[in-house]
Design a protein around this ligand. Structure first.
Ligand SMILES: Nc1ncnc2c1ncn2[C@@H]1O[C@H](COP(=O)(O)OP(=O)(O)OP(=O)(O)O)[C@@H](O)[C@H]1O
Ligand SMILES: [Mg+2]
Length: 259
């Protein structure tokens, strides 16, 4: 039997929770994130945002999809772009074939409209496309900057998914073409050195950091939902989160049982 509380819990399969469970605590957290970005944007200049993290699996792609969707709910025409060209995942999360995408737009000079997928009424997706061994070169090319400029004119908001900056610098390079950057930091997944390296890169590339989204954070405080106040074991800073254990805790437990 599902309790009311369980109905509000984000499960690993809920990649677009803001669409599938709009009343959940997780969805509310994404709406708060949207509000915080909008509050900072006094002159309505923030149009192109990218999402980075220090290490892998810090919830970037999930954040990109849900942030894109909540902005589209304001009536904005939104494009979500998968620019994690080495390990793309948006197509997997949305159960799509990764055919024509941004790499094809750049390398085959096709019109971006041929690669754009209309996912919901106001949200379009552009996948990473055909695997290209020259990912960094592609992102740094004039051709990419030109396409991004054309997309900027076609959309009200573009949210770009990037690889972890601790592995490749594609993400911070992309930041230089964006109006602002969001950093996902998963609780217990980084060590101080990872974060210091990210900070150095951010300073070096003069990145405009819009904010940090804490993910997988132990919350231990009460949230208000339409079902009343509840206490959640894990969540995000302002964030969505899964009810249950963090990856690190799970791994530790697995190790213990193996012993
Ligand atoms: N807040 C969260 N708590 C627990 N698990 C999460 C959370 N957000 C996402 N996940 C799960 O963790 C995995 C990684 O999430 P996601 O793909 O969004 O991260 P990522 O930073 O884009 O990873 P990568 O670096 O591989 O691109 C996915 O299986 C996702 O369902
Ligand atoms: Mg990802």
């Amino acid at each position: 039997m599902t309790t009311k509380q369980e109905e509000n819990i984000l499960k690993p399969s809920d990649n677009l929770v803001t669409l599938t469970q709009p009343d959940s605590v997780a969805s509310e957290a994404f709406r708060i994130l949207r509000t915080n970005i909008s509050l900072k944007d006094f002159d309505s200049k923030i149009k192109v945002i990218n999402v980075i993290s220090s290490t892998a699996k810090e919830s970037k792609s999930t954040t990109v999809l849900n942030l894109g969707y909540v902005f589209s709910q304001l009536g904005k025409k939104v494009l979500v772009m998968d620019l994690d060209l080495r390990l793309p995942s948006i197509h997997k999360k949305l159960k799509m074939k990764n055919q024509n995408g941004i790499t094809d737009v750049i390398s085959k000079s096709i019109d971006f409209n041929e690669a754009v997928i209309h996912y919901t009424k106001n949200m379009d997706i552009i996948l990473s496309g055909t695997r290209n061994p020259y990912a960094s070169e592609l992102i740094q090319s004039r051709a990419f900057a030109k396409v991004l400029e054309a997309l900027r004119n076609a959309y009200d908001m573009i949210v770009i998914d990037c690889p972890p900056v601790g592995l490749v610098t594609d993400g911070v390079i992309t930041s230089t073409l964006c109006d602002g950057t969001i950093i996902c930091v998963a609780s217990g997944m980084n060590d101080k050195k990872d974060l210091e390296r990210t900070k150095d890169l951010i300073d070096q590339f003069n990145v405009n950091v819009l904010g940090i989204v804490m993910t997988r954070m132990p919350v231990g405080k009460r949230y208000y939902s339409k079902y009343g106040y509840k206490k959640y074991g894990y969540g995000y800073g302002y964030g969505y989160g899964y009810y249950g254990e963090s990856e690190n805790k799970k791994k530790k437990k697995e190790k213990k049982t193996k012993k």
